[in-house]
Design a protein around this ligand. Sequence first.
Ligand code: LMR
Length: 339
Amino acid sequence: MTTTRRQFNRLLGATALSAVAAPMIARRAHAEPLTIKFSHVVAPDTPKGRGAEKFKELAEKYTNGQVKVEVYPNSQLYKDKEELEALQLGAVHMLAPSLAKFGPLGVRAFEAFDLPLIFPDKEALRRITNGPIGKEMLGLLSEKGILGLAFWDNGFKIMSANSPLHVPDDFLGLKMRIQSSKVLEAQMNALGAIPQVLAFSEVYQALQTGVVDGTENPPSNMYTQKMHEVQKHATLSRHGYLGYAVIVNNKFWTDLPADVRAELDKAMAEASEFTNGIALEENERALAAMKAAGTTTFYELTADERKQWVDTLLPVHDQMAERIGPDLVKRIQKETGVA
Ligand code: LMR
């Protein structure tokens, strides 16, 4: 690291940042490190939580302590929608919202990730996130003042409720919590359920008090939020994917001294590899722990039941294609082999 104290002082001074964005950097005296606040909504012991900690470890190491990363898990600082606003205002610097959360920001292309059954497996997903389509999608964030750095995995979602969910008819009239996504809304409507948008931090209580009957999430989120304690049934449907885009405030990032940014880019590349390497295992561990807890019955669909799910959910692709961008949906379907 060759960044001088003077360079940092210049960065921390008035030059780089707007009046609104200025407080985002901890402007402390001279040799104080530059602080990056990384806010997220899940537990530390999840793929995203561990990824954030890995980035912190590597970023601080590679910059010889010139950069300090503060990780705020569990919606401690901001809930889902607020965190994106906070990033745009510069109150936090780094987030990893789920891909579903970019639609409400006005970047509808990301809603393609919510299409049910669009990724038959992780390899198909990787062809998108590691390929030109993923790159284009991250690029779309720039018009919102956001720079997309990486895609991080969580995993495939399972459905849960207090009644068995074997066939689409089992969803009739159930209030199902979703993230704020028009595609997820269409998915729940297709199943005959009543979709209810709630912030992630509110899901456990909503399930506990009966405000909603059920939800969908990868096992790691379900377990670390203790949802299994308030959900008697879950179906290992793996009907949709939940992953993240790691994002930063564009101005903040590009105003960093080039050598610092290079070290942070390196830390991010390694943290991404780490996160994507542990995600599957974290979800398997969470599922095993929930099975051991014994409060929820986990159900594998039969071939006939799965066919009913597929027949019910695939039409959501056509239904939502116009909104997401028909060409994009077609390109993704071609890559993933799902039509
Ligand atoms: C949810 O709201 O269910 C997820 O997006 C939470 C997360 O960040 O994994």
